[in-house]
Write a protein that binds this ligand. Structure first.
Ligand SMILES: [Zn+2]
Length: 409
């Protein structure tokens, strides 16, 4: 039996409860007690005075197989190098307190298994493997020169996912499930990083989306939709897709539909900011990509602000990979700036996200019985500036992770 007592920190428990100073006792990997001045003995005591204690944090949209991609970099990257690079990115993600991620395309079963088997430290993972997309859609790697070059090169663990028509859709979903998908990802609109797709256009028709959702549901899996265009968002919600990723052009009707269906929004506010920062830093990006990033940026903030105000369920996601891995916690301050309270931003990064991933029975809050994934940060919970630099220790099931050495007495 191993027990760890986190004493005297301000506990943000993942619910919307007002944070207060309390102790957290984790025994054999599970939270046993949370409360002020527990006064119990434990094998390890972590003094969290003046610090904030949270459940393990979630990022519902990352891509560990790439990072700040440019066409020049993609063309010069040996095929297997990203598998090794992913290990470092997973470590950085875990070190910033993210203990659960959804990889929204790129990571295959081998990457997820390497983490699950403890070969490489990283957050717990759900993987989408590849992005299902129509011909000419956001996941179609066809370039203007006629070559196929993309963010996620096709290989046996990551089959191409371009489909047209419900029959091809059914087969592709089954193929991705066979390859190890924990969640299906689809592009119901164009996007920013693809060469020819338009973020203003809805992609795939209702019969194709219906085939996708029915096949995924039959396997007990959820679907996440890259959806930027208003049409594409509505088609996804209508089709019963669980989360809208990005949600750049949300009109009032789309917001109303999401509220009715209980659809989650994963805003990824860091992503367009990262693309524009890279362009400003002189990283060679295709002209069309930069123009699209500028076009969507303002509309995105406005849509997310209105969705938050209306009470749409928002789960934290960053699209890390588009920008730098390990900067995930910068998303919280942006969500706050667009209308969330600080406690709501933490809630979106814990309990709400755990529900989206369907793991809320075991994760997402610090309550007795939950898995002891714990993050300790310097400073106050309502100061969201520079959170990434304030992470002091990260624990998975009551054990410290190697990237941050906790002070234990
Ligand atoms: Zn993405």
């Amino acid at each position: 039996m191993t027990s760890t007592l986190f004493t005297g920190g301000t506990v943000v428990d993942g619910t919307l409860a007002q944070p207060s100073v309390a102790d957290v006792l984790v025994v054999d990997g599970r939270v046993e007690q949370v409360g002020p001045g527990l006064g119990v003995e434990a094998d390890r005591v972590v003094d969290c005075t003046g610090q904030t204690v949270t459940p393990g944090l979630f990022d519902c949209h990352v891509h560990v197989m790439f990072e700040q991609p440019s066409m020049v970099r993609i063309l010069q990257t040996p095929f297997s190098l990203p598998f090794f690079e992913a290990a470092g990115r997973l470590r950085r993600t875990l070190a910033t307190g993210i203990t659960w991620v959804r990889d929204a395309g790129g990571a295959d079963l081998g990457v997820a298994e390497a983490v699950r088997r403890g070969l490489t430290p990283g957050p717990r993972m759900q993987i989408a493997i590849n992005l299902i997309s129509q011909t000419g859609g956001h996941g179609d790697d066809w370039q203007l020169c006629g070559a196929h070059v993309g963010l996620m090169p096709e290989h046996p663990g990551c089959p191409s996912a371009v489909v047209d028509g419900p029959v091809e859709m059914r087969k592709k979903v089954r193929e991705l499930i066979r390859a190890g998908a924990d969640v299906l990802k689809v592009a119901t609109s164009g996007g920013v990083l693809s060469p020819r797709s338009n973020p203003l256009h809805g992609h795939l028709r209702d019969d194709e989306i219906d085939a996708l959702v029915s096949e995924a549901s039959a396997a007990g899996l959820h679907v996440m939709a890259h959806a930027q265009a208003t049409d594409g968002i509505k088609a996804a919600v209508r089709g019963g897709i669980r989360s809208i990723e990005h949600g750049i052009y949300l009109d009032d009707e789309a917001i109303e539909m999401m509220l009715d269906r209980g659809t989650w929004l994963v805003p990824t506010l860091l992503a367009p900011r990262a693309v524009l920062a890279q362009a400003d830093a002189g990283i060679p990006l295709p002209d069309a990509v930069v123009a699209k990033a500028r076009m969507v940026s303002e509309a995105h903030d406005d849509s997310v602000r209105r969705a938050i105000e209306a009470g749409v369920k928002v789960a934290m996601g960053t699209d890390s990979g588009v920008g730098e891995h390990g900067t995930n916690l910068d998303e919280l301050a942006i969500m706050r700036d667009l209308g969330m309270s600080e406690i709501e931003a933490w809630h979106a990064t814990t309990r709400v996200a755990a529900e989206l991933l369907g793991v809320e029975e075991d994760y997402g809050t610090l309550e007795p019985g939950k898995v002891g994934d714990v993050v300790v940060l310097d400073g106050a919970y309502d100061d969201l500036a520079g959170l990434g630099d304030r992470v002091r220790s990260v624990w998975l099931a009551g054990e410290p992770t190697p990237e941050r050495e906790p002070v234990v007495t």
